[in-house]
Design a protein around this ligand. Sequence first.
Ligand SMILES: Cc1cc2nc3c(=O)[nH]c(=O)nc-3n(C[C@H](O)[C@H](O)[C@H](O)COP(=O)(O)O)c2cc1C
Length: 289
Amino acid sequence: MLPHTDLYQAILARRSVRRYETESLDEASLAQVQEIISHVKPLVGGNQFEVLMRDVGAGENLVKDLGGYGRIVSPPHYLVPHILGEAHLAEDLGYRVQQIAVRLTALGIGSCYIGALRREDEVRARFGLPDAARIAAFLIFGKPSRTLGGRTFNRMIRAVSGASTKISAERIFFAGTFEAPASPPADIAPLIEAARHAPSAVNAQPWRFLWRDRRLYLFVTRGNRRYGAGPQEQYCFHDGGIAMANITLALERPGKQVEWTMLGRTEAHIPSHPPDLHPMARLLVEQKS
Ligand SMILES: Cc1cc2nc3c(=O)[nH]c(=O)nc-3n(C[C@H](O)[C@H](O)[C@H](O)COP(=O)(O)O)c2cc1C
């Protein structure tokens, strides 16, 4: 079993926060956020990850301007994470930004992603990003509203976006083959629990896991109707990266590296899988001695 570290608790406790206290975070907290950003671990080493940090301007409506959905009340700050490189850019963005989101939760700072895949060109122009930069989502952050009204609002919006319902472990986990879903064995269960709690655009939860020969394979659902057709189909890769980050953070130990292998379509030894699943990554999970 994994120890109940603060970080693991933060993975499970994190929820999208959509109503914030109006005041900004203090300088020390903003410096902590910068510190967290500077220590994010890459999924693909060669990719170049950059993050702009901005205050939300008076009258600025980020959800509307950036192509997101729903309503975010009085957000004070946001991040503009973007990435340049050759391989697995959407996956790597999700992987890196989720590390920030979880560590913010551990500090008591709330956050909410705002998807930008339908507006990437406009967003690049607005923030002066290079043409080749990919940006999948913004991360709004600040102090969660403490008022009763604020808490109710955060709960209500979550219910509307379907977020209060996460798919059970027994429907996303398969052992040996994809023939029948299974309950994760005890040593893997905390990792699946971490992944299951991951945020995803429109709460689509594209992740499916196959456990075989002590390897955990991550697949994502293609053509997911919740994402819809068009550029937003690629949220499945971004959100798969988010789930991978939760697993990596759940395994975090001093001096320990968590090494995912990304799976290309041409890779040998990819277990057979239903046609609507796309193989994404594999992780060798060491047996506890
Ligand atoms: C890539 C991405 C884009 C999202 N875009 C929005 C958005 O535009 N508006 C919004 O209110 N929530 C957005 N969300 C938050 C999801 O609705 C939320 O993560 C999901 O419903 C699960 O709820 P939870 O984060 O509270 O666990 C987004 C999440 C992700 C990962």
